[in-house]
Write a protein of this length. Sequence first.
Length: 205
Amino acid sequence: MELSSSTIVEDVNDMRKRGVASLGFFYCDSEDDDKKNVRGLVSSLLVQLCDHSDSYSTILSDFYSENGDGSRQPSDSELIGCLSDILKQPGQAPVYIIIDGLDACPDTFGLPPPREKMLMFLDGLVDLHLQNIRICVTSRPEADIRTALNPLRFRTVSLQEESGQQQDIVNYVKSVVNTDAKMRKWRTEDKELVINVLTTKADGM
């Protein structure tokens, strides 16, 4: 469930444009409060998916009316229930849900923390056992994320272990060190030290 998000998004977006799939993409951003919690994720997925299907739009419209045409804020569980109703609609194109950078969700505050809520949401989504849903999650291999996702996964690709990924990082760091106006004046041994430290600490990212 950990893959290169950019390539996957491009491929699925091409399928969406051809009308053979629906795509919901969410990038977790630790600097944006709306992009690091379940509420932001589910709200984004609802808007994106309803843009692809009249049937989905009808469900969301009814949900909006039930909540006073926006005068009442639904709970997270109610939003998730609306999304579940949409995903259960028969006769729809496959739905691809891509969550990028899950590790950006905080795990240090709240009961439960935002990241744990995201993991619980994913567990519930998988438990729906819907045949037309495809889920892709990208993340650093944090212990809590691995523990939660490993039982759910179908396939995992670890970029940290890919030689091509490591070489790309080395090439990028070397390029910056050798082209930066200030760094070019450094001693050769200092440049090599910076390159070695940064590429070793990069952890594949």
